[in-house]
Write a protein that binds this ligand. Structure first.
Ligand SMILES: Cc1cc2nc3c(=O)[nH]c(=O)nc-3n(C[C@H](O)[C@H](O)[C@H](O)COP(=O)(O)O)c2cc1C
Length: 321
């Protein structure tokens, strides 16, 4: 069984991935947040900053992701990326945000199997890389996804990841396991399941319904509880060490941003994104989050975080047990 860390734009950047691998592990491959293609002959290195080998720990297996609807542009980007030493390149046809879908990109491409076909004719003609696909069940309905899978079956892809929601659902409602099963059964490529694994029990319940699937991608669940991927694999950290591990993880990410973000307020805002996930594990009666949100000053921020990491009673059992 393999576990992958899902890409989350703004969160799972190089510094986060490196720190996650060092302090928690349990992840077989990390997918980068998407890099959007554009009409260029040569790809500007700045666009590839997050995936440049010098910014990524060589021990961390990274799979770069591209968003776009033009197969030739994809090829130009994929070749530039493969020149950096990557072989698998992931194509995003799952992003549900209207700014993306209105341009027939991301999940906005799922209702157009012919467009996907002509995209792949060009994108798959490069031989220095293999394409994998990250998709949703459809934009509006799973029937769309079924037609897309029929197209994908005609290409030499390295695998297909399915987030078991439609694009219009965004992150609302439930994952549709029935539709996932139909789509996965039609698909000739290696399948990865994605969606709503927040606890070990979620993993057990979902994996029992889809015993033919060996790959699982975790996003928000791993960001909320970074111990979860290892726990799913049976490696349980000693409860008395967990806060120290979170502290080391936090400090590494804090240092990463301190070297990249200018001004106390920006740094506090960036760290709030980190806490927007980690704080799910804090007891609701704690006032820490309210105080953190008001923080504009780094010494005040660090004082609060030290308090937080020094007080076991503010953490829920989901983290401490
Ligand atoms: C804030 C945010 C940013 C995301 N950015 C990306 C992205 O860059 N590329 C992508 O394929 N999916 C992106 N996703 C989707 C996740 O990779 C994942 O498919 C989704 O969160 C469902 O998995 P989960 O229930 O395990 O979180 C994003 C999701 C969120 C919430």
């Amino acid at each position: 069984m393999k576990i992958f860390l899902a890409p989350l734009q703004g969160m799972t950047v190089a510094g986060y991935r490196n720190a996650f691998a060092r302090h928690f592990g349990g992840i077989d491959a990390y997918y980068s947040p998407f890099i959007a293609t554009s009409e260029v002959n040569k790809v500007n290195k700045l666009l590839l900053k997050d995936i440049l080998p010098e910014n990524n720990d060589p021990a961390v297996k990274l799979i770069p992701q591209i968003l776009g609807n033009n197969g030739m542009q994809f090829k130009v980007f994929a070749e530039a990326i493969s020149n950096l030493g990557y072989y698998e390149i992931n194509w995003n046809i799952g992003c549900p945000y209207p700014t993306v879908t209105s341009k027939k990109k991301g999940a906005g491409m799922l209702p157009y199997p012919d467009m996907i076909k002509s995209f792949l004719d060009k994108a798959c003609s490069g031989n220095s890389y293999v394409v994998t696909v990250k998709m949703r069940l459809g934009m509006e309905s799973p029937e769309e996804g079924m037609r897309v899978i029929e197209v994908l079956n005609d290409y030499p892809l390295g695998g297909v990841i399915i987030h078991a929601r439609t694009g219009v659902q965004k992150y609302d409602g439930n994952v549709d396991l029935e539709a996932f099963i139909k789509m996965a059964s039609l698909c000739k490529h290696e399948i990865t399941y994605n969606g709503d694994i927040f606890t070990y029990e979620d993993y057990q319940r979902i994996s029992m319904r889809i015993p033919f699937v060996e790959n699982f991608m975790l996003g928000r669940g791993a960001l909320i509880n970074p111990f979860l991927p290892s726990e799913i694999k049976g490696n349980i950290a000693a409860p008395e060490n967990k806060i120290d591990i979170i502290r080391a993880f936090h400090n590494e990410i804090f240092d990463y941003y301190r070297n990249r973000v200018s001004g106390d307020k920006h740094l506090c805002d960036k760290m709030m994104e980190f806490w927007s996930y980690m704080s799910v594990n804090l007891n609701k009666d704690g006032k820490f989050m309210k105080k953190l949100k008001k923080c504009r000053n780094i010494s005040h921020y660090l004082e609060l975080v030290n308090q937080l990491l020094g007080t076991d009673s503010v953490w829920t059992d989901a983290i401490l047990s």
